[in-house]
Ligand binder design. Structure first.
Ligand SMILES: Cc1cc2nc3c(=O)[nH]c(=O)nc-3n(C[C@H](O)[C@H](O)[C@H](O)COP(=O)(O)OP(=O)(O)OC[C@H]3O[C@@H](n4cnc5c(N)ncnc54)[C@H](O)[C@@H]3O)c2cc1C
Length: 469
């Protein structure tokens, strides 16, 4: 009888349970929360109150692990946006054009994304959840983890131990894996952090009639301009609603005061989102979070790594959320687990954990490079100091992005990477370097690329008309 234990029943935990399920008789997910049976909020997922964009690379991975998920999201009200045709984005280098579609992304509430993944996962008869319990440590030694210690959240049940052939830590950004491993004698796990001090502030709005399915709108910060970075994103979600998140780095944070919300959006590099929400009806107060730093634990680089233990998802790394990568990294990590299990066929095979940890580091590295290449430019960022290599990569990324404002070829190459469908090496191909040398083939756009219909449903005037008023 083979058993796997998964710590945490969030996105990474559910997908890891699916990935391991064919290799064991029993998968037990230990979760602190009572998990809702619908798309409803829960305490252990506070970030769900903020905008969550699922990139194509993550959606593909989830569909691969749990076929039918995309159709279920859409049936329950999620939106599938074609990229770049269904996206209006002001990058640091200017407005991106809306080229013909090559990729996609999914928007809905995070609670809906999780609900579908959870209900699809729990159809698998080998997988069960033990809610209301929290893992407090690992059993075993530095050479093999053999189980977990757990306690009941309510304090009514006695502390327990549970053995397993494989323990997967998917307990998210608050993971205590480094401490638990230290208790087994595995110390000195390299760790990097980069914290821009970003605060997120989010409100849900009722979408005005006719504007339920608008494109995702994104006014990004420019990390290279002096002072804090300020940004906003608006996405349609289920139930004819929009979710709007504002972000401000240290010194330029949004507040939780509803009075300030629209003003913040109007004062960005372009007022588009502020103009749109000033005419929309808010349905919620402002939710705030400051849990937004980049933190990378290099588990795959430790000298000793125990058999029988793997960390996935945010337990390995967290990223500045404005880049929208965390769920995709979690999903691709679960795919890496399944690939390695398919190769060996045995959950107890020697070296499996180390191989999975290395394979899962691939998507983590890609997301980390993308997020930190931008974030190192914030003068008030704490942590990693930019090296000259970082500065070269960053200048190159900026050149690619400027080219993408006026080149379909470059826009596609960049979207290949930002949607996490391809690794960053895609951008080192000679054809991409050539296009970057050539620069944008079309002039910069002077106003947001909205269609006439979108301007009407959003009650917007062209920029030049507004200036003349
Ligand atoms: C503000 C914000 C916005 C974001 N926006 C995006 C976005 O647009 N796109 C994107 O892809 N990603 C986004 N992310 C990142 C995304 O939320 C995470 O990457 C994703 O949730 C990671 O999944 P996970 O399963 O690793 O962790 P989580 O989803 O956090 O799940 C961890 C689970 O473990 C449980 N748990 C914790 N400790 C224990 C324990 N000791 N015992 C038992 N259970 C435990 C928790 O209750 C929870 O259910 C955003 C993050 C933030 C903070």
């Amino acid at each position: 009888m083979r058993r796997a234990i998964v710590i945490g029943g969030g996105m990474a935990g559910m997908l890891a349970a699916v990935a391991v399920s064919h290799a064991v008789d029993d998968v037990v997910i230990i979760e602190r929360d009572e998990l809702p049976d619908g798309p409803r909020p829960r305490k252990g997922l506070p970030q769900a109150r903020h905008i969550h964009i699922l990139m194509a690379g993550g959606a593909d991975a989830i569909e691969d692990l749990l076929p039918g998920s995309i159709d279920r999201w859409l049936a329950e009200g999620a939106h599938r946006h074609r990229l770049t045709s269904d996206m209006v984005a002001l990058s640091p280098e200017g407005w991106y054009r809306r080229w013909r579609p090559t990729h996609y992304l999914v928007t809905s509430s995070r609670d809906l994304l999780d609900h579908v993944v959870r209900s699809q996962t729990l159809k698998n008869h080998r997988i069960q959840v033990l809610p209301g319990r929290q893992v407090t440590g690992l059993l075993g030694s530095s050479s093999r983890v053999s189980g977990i210690a757990l306690s009941h959240i309510t304090g009514t049940g006695a502390d327990e131990e549970m053995t397993a052939d494989l323990v997967i830590d998917a307990s998210g950004r608050a993971s205590r894996a480094a401490t638990w491993l230290a208790d087994l004698g595995i110390t000195e796990i390299p760790e990097h952090t980069l914290d821009t001090g970003l605060t997120y502030a989010t409100r849900i709005y009722r979408a005005p009639s006719g504007a339920e399915s608008i494109p995702v709108i994104n006014v990004m910060a420019d990390p290279r301009s002096p002072g804090p970075g300020q940004a906003a994103a608006l996405a349609p979600i289920e139930d004819k609603q929009w979710i709007v998140s504002l972000g401000g780095t240290r010194g330029g944070e949004p507040t939780d005061n509803p009075e300030d919300f629209t003003r913040f959006a109007l004062d960005l590099r372009h007022p588009l989102i502020g103009q749109i929400i000033s005419r929309a009806h808010p349905l919620t107060d402002v939710a705030i979070t400051r849990s937004t730093h980049n933190r990378r634990r290099y588990f795959e680089k430790t000298g000793t790594w125990p058999e029988g233990f793997i960390a996935l998802g945010d337990a390995i790394a967290t990223f500045n959320p404005v880049y929208g990568q965390g769920m995709s990294v979690a999903a691709q990590g679960a795919q890496a687990l399944r690939r390695e299990l398919n190769r060996t066929g045995d959950v107890r095979s020697v070296g499996l954990s180390r191989r999975v940890q290395r394979a899962a580091a691939g998507p983590v590295d890609a997301a980390w490079a993308l997020a930190t290449a931008q974030d190192i430019h914030y003068t008030d960022a704490h942590g990693q100091v930019p090296t000259w290599q970082d500065r070269i990569v960053s200048a190159f990324t900026s050149r690619l992005s400027r080219t993408a404002t006026g080149s379909f070829f470059m826009a596609t190459a960049m979207t290949d990477v930002t949607t996490m469908r391809k690794g960053a090496t895609r951008l080192a191909r000679p054809s991409v370097l050539g296009a970057a040398l050539l620069g944008p083939l079309r002039p910069p756009l002077t106003e947001p690329p909205l269609t006439e219909r979108e301007r009407i449903v959003l009650q917007l005037k062209p920029d030049n008309e507004r200036q003349n008023v």
